[in-house]
Ligand binder design. Structure first.
Ligand SMILES: *Cc1c(COP(=O)(O)O)cnc(C)c1O
Length: 395
């Protein structure tokens, strides 16, 4: 019997695709659109489209939820990181992971800093405190990313920062709703910066939130988001227009109300996927420490050689099944053209290996359990047929 006529053959071998209508990587979840439309109508009717009460309500809601003194809403996580690092005067060496989204490094660079790459922990995929310490000579700041929503080892990283007397800023783009040993992400380090862009779990359309216990830092970011203008048009420093509009804030407030349910659901879907692929050789996942909570912003596989297909090969085979994937984070930032001039200063073998092995699969908050079961079955079937699939892909 040829592969083509086999009913369960992978699509790359001529079988029927598992998702004939396609399976998108992300779909923002917007519950109760009519209620959101009423919120937006009331913003429009108020006549205030920026610097208004909806942004303030969002900031207060988040401050209460996370137990932090100050929350400043901004136009994006990237602009929030830029303004925070500018306010901390992080011009100089900034220790940070290369295994993160490019924007983490761009913000450091725009604020006048130079990334000094450090490794991630091979199992957790977050900044490795020991390697961060080894890279910290002469550093003026450190940044770390709560990758896919998994909290960093914040205690050890704080120790590294304290030993050097430098601030630590978390790129918490993925982690609104995550917690570390019971304490909410948003309350660690000198500041943390969340993203509310459409691929995240809580969305505003576009937006970001800076959280900090430091009143002066919060004030500098508040002024910075408004061009550096403290209110009298006598600008204190060259800021940005990084304000969040009232309309975006209304979407964020609406989205926040259901955050816990979303996180619970995403964790349940990831658990279902893990159960459906249990025992497949070479298929591993990021470690989440017991007692920590991840938003599960992404469902990322770490594919070791025993799986029989590389992450790239699996991506091509899944594309034939209709499944959209990404390589979060490949290439790692230090391998990207924008940072080629910094290459070769520190060897990053763990980062390079992990980046070669990651593949992010579709996951969204309203995905059905049946979809996850089919997705897990599809990955399992590709493993079963790995040798033939690999031969076909290499033809
Ligand atoms: C999405 C993302 C950002 C950028 O967030 P924006 O709100 O789009 O600026 C930064 N860092 C990480 C890790 C991200 O995933």
């Amino acid at each position: 019997m040829s592969a083509r006529s086999h009913p369960s053959a992978p699509a790359v071998l001529g079988g029927a695709p598992a998702f004939p209508n396609g399976l998108a990587l992300v779909q923002p979840t917007i519950e109760d659109v009519p209620a959101l439309a009423r919120r937006l109508e009331s913003v429009l009717a108020s006549g205030t489209l920026t610097n208004g009460r909806t942004v303030r309500a969002l900031e207060e809601t988040v401050a209460d939820r996370l137990g932090v003194a100050h929350v400043v809403a901004v136009s994006s996580c990237t602009s929030g990181l830029m303004l925070t690092l500018q306010a901390l005067d992080a011009r100089g060496r900034v220790v940070m992971p290369s295994f993160t989204f490019s924007a983490s490094a761009h913000a450091v660079t725009w604020a006048g800093g130079t990334p000094v790459w450090a490794e991630v922990d091979a199992r957790r995929l977050t900044l490795d405190p020991a390697d961060a310490a080894a890279a910290a000579d002469g550093a003026v700041a450190m940044t770390a990313t709560h990758v896919y929503g998994a909290p960093c080892q914040v205690e050890a990283l704080q120790q590294v920062a304290d030993n050097r007397g430098i601030p630590v800023v978390y790129d918490a783009a993925h982690a609104l709703g995550s917690s570390r040993r019971g304490r909410p992400v948003g309350s660690f380090g000198t500041a943390e910066v969340f993203s509310l862009s459409p691929t995240k779990v809580t969305v505003a359309g576009e937006g970001g939130l800076v959280t900090t216990a430091d009143a002066a830092l919060a004030e500098a970011v508040r002024i910075g988001r408004d061009y550096g203008n403290p209110g009298d048009y006598d600008c204190l420093f060259p800021g940005l227009n990084a304000r969040m509009s009232e309309l975006h804030a209304a979407v964020a407030v609406h989205s926040l109300a259901v955050l816990d349910a979303r996180i619970a659901r995403r964790n349940a879907l990831v658990a279902k996927f893990k159960a459906g692929t249990e025992g497949l050789p070479g298929l591993t996942f990021q470690d989440i420490e017991p007692g920590d909570l991840s938003t599960c912003k992404d469902l990322t596989l770490v594919i070791e050689p025993q799986f029989g297909l590389t992450a790239d090969e699996l991506a091509v085979a899944l594309r034939a099944e209709g499944v959209d994937t990404r390589r979060y984070y490949h290439p790692p930032v230090h391998r990207q053209k924008a940072y080629a001039h910094l290459a070769g200063r520190r060897a990053l073998p763990v980062t390079e290996r992990v980046a070669d092995q990651v593949l992010t699969l579709p996951l969204w908050s309203h995905m059905t359990a049946a979809t996850v079961t089919t997705l897990a079955g599809t990955v399992a079937r590709l493993h079963e047929h790995a040798a033939t699939v690999r031969t076909r892909l290499r033809l």
